[in-house]
Write a protein that binds this ligand. Structure first.
Ligand SMILES: *[C@@H]1O[C@H](CO)[C@@H](O)[C@H](O)[C@H]1NC(C)=O
Ligand SMILES: *[C@@H]1O[C@H](CO)[C@@H](O)[C@H](O)[C@H]1NC(C)=O
Ligand SMILES: *[C@@H]1O[C@H](CO)[C@@H](O)[C@H](O)[C@H]1NC(C)=O
Ligand SMILES: *[C@@H]1O[C@H](CO)[C@@H](O)[C@H](O)[C@H]1NC(C)=O
Length: 430
């Protein structure tokens, strides 16, 4: 099916593809990633000459506000059928055909619409599917090389859907495994691999970076290091799990340890149910802090509380429940010296959440346990058991191969004396 879709998208590609005077680069493209200090969301300046888009790792499509006059797509096109799949649970809007009221502009009887969704607010809207002009730099994985302009299908959205997004953002770039996501469309339009790498920066650091189209992914260090090395070539990759209800990436977690001790949790608590799509550990850059169902959050909090009992506490700062005095903490190469949290992964891997991933500094004197309890209203059919949030991904390189359905990560990068702010954005020579 992916081969068929690939050619459909190629045939129907919104704007030819590259400017006629450019050869298809068949090179990955690079974009910086910025962290918005007030929302803790991440943006990429990929929309040609316009406001940035918010990164939504789990998002199915690109959406943004549109000019009143914009191109529309007929609803009997192949793209429109794709746009109508995977409706957002709980969204009243349905994608697909919409009788054209604006017969003025195109004379088409039916224009294609989609249902853009804002995961930060849970709102959905409706908008025309259109061609969104994008631009970025081609890259060899070390530097930007030359600018590339292209366009991808995306959905228009009402201004109201921008609520809770960083001020100045024009919309969202979905990076899911679905066909209208940014990585899927970049792969078909620019003829590069359906792979991407994401390095989200910490607050206040220089911009992080994302590369769509494959490796390498070099960060400055002494000497510079290709952090993606080996991942895309791995013959036995770690697979992400797929939810039949959405395009998000789910990671197989089997348990959690605090200071090498297993946190007691009900068996099967992390399972993703194959049919209903309920449960599982979902990766989300739209969720600033990892959020866990009560049955997981409470035992984890209790274990961390016990493991840090010697550290003087501070008054809790919303939305966090457990805080410490900064002055009482030592610091290590991985941030504050506290109990380590480790996610145990299926197949024997583990994901270390050291001091900089488990504690967030909320003011000069206070750091807090950077995990949140899922509200009972959020625990509905189809909801994950854990939403692994942006803060815990910072200073890690996340790698995705959509063909092989593989996921990998490298980090925490300060452990190898580099970080996501270390991509060299000075122009290289192609
Ligand atoms: C879509 O419909 C129009 C007229 O309604 C027709 O001319 C066109 O060939 C159709 N396109 C496809 C891809 O079915
Ligand atoms: C239709 O076109 C006329 C003149 O070209 C314009 O004044 C009017 O606003 C248009 N209507 C719509 C719904 O776009
Ligand atoms: C390409 O990279 C250069 C150097 O970092 C930057 O100034 C420019 O804005 C980038 N172009 C695009 C289209 O991202
Ligand atoms: C920890 O995070 C802060 C900001 O979130 C950053 O400034 C600092 O460099 C990080 N420290 C390490 C060791 O990663």
């Amino acid at each position: 099916m992916s081969l068929l879709l690939f050619s459909l998208l190629l045939l129907a590609s919104p704007q030819g593809t590259l400017a006629a005077d450019q050869q298809p680069p068949a090179k990955p493209i690079l974009t910086p990633i910025f962290k918005d200090p007030s929302t803790s969301l991440y943006t990429i300046p990929i929309k040609d000459g316009a406001a940035p888009l918010v990164l939504d790792l789990a998002g199915p499509l690109l959406w943004s506000t549109c000019a009143p006059a914009h191109r529309t797509i007929p609803c009997n096109s192949s793209v429109c059928r794709v746009a109508g799949r995977n409706p957002q649970a709980g969204c009243a809007c349905t994608s697909g055909g919409q009788p054209n009221t604006n017969t003025n502009s195109t004379g088409r009887r039916c224009t294609c619409t989609a249902c853009p969704y804002n995961l930060a607010t849970g709102q959905c809207g409706r908008g025309d599917v259109t061609a969104v002009p994008l631009s970025a730099n081609a890259t060899d994985g070390r530097n930007p090389l030359f600018p590339v302009s292209f366009s991808a299908f995306g959905s228009c959205a009402p201004d109201a859907l921008l609520a809770s997004l960083p001020s100045g953002a024009a919309g969202v770039a979905g990076l899911s495994r679905l066909p209208l996501s940014l990585p899927s469309q970049v792969a078909s339009v620019l003829r590069v691999a359906k792979r991407f790498a994401l390095c989200v920066p910490t607050s206040g650091a220089r911009s992080g970076a994302a590369i769509f189209g494959g490796g390498p992914f070099q960060l400055l260090a002494a000497p510079p290091v290709d952090v993606a090395e080996g991942f895309f070539e791995d013959p036995h990759p770690f697979h992400f799990l797929k939810n039949p209800r959405n395009g998000a990436y789910y990671v197989r977690v089997t348990g959690i340890e605090v200071n090498n001790e297993r946190v007691p949790l009900p068996p099967g608590i992390f399972d993703l149910h194959a049919r209903s799509g309920t449960g599982g550990v979902m990766l989300s850059t739209m969720t600033p802090y990892t959020t866990l169902r009560s049955e997981i959050y409470r035992p984890l909090r209790r274990a961390f509380d016990a493991a840090t009992s010697g550290i003087p506490r501070a008054a809790p700062v919303e939305p966090f429940e457990m805080c410490y005095q900064v002055s009482a903490l030592s610091s290590t190469r991985l941030g504050f010296g506290v109990a380590n949290i480790v996610l145990l992964l299926d197949g024997g891997g583990s994901w270390l959440l050291a001091g900089n991933a488990s504690l967030v500094q909320v003011n000069d004197r206070t750091v807090c346990f950077a995990f949140l309890e899922m509200g009972s209203a959020t625990v509905v059919p189809g909801s994950p058991a854990v939403i692994f949030g942006g803060f815990q991904m910072e200073d890690h390189l996340l790698l995705f191969d959509l063909e092989k359905e593989a996921f990998g990560f490298r980090g925490p990068l300060p452990g190898i004396r580099t970080h996501c702010g270390n991509f060299d954005f000075s122009m290289g020579s192609s």
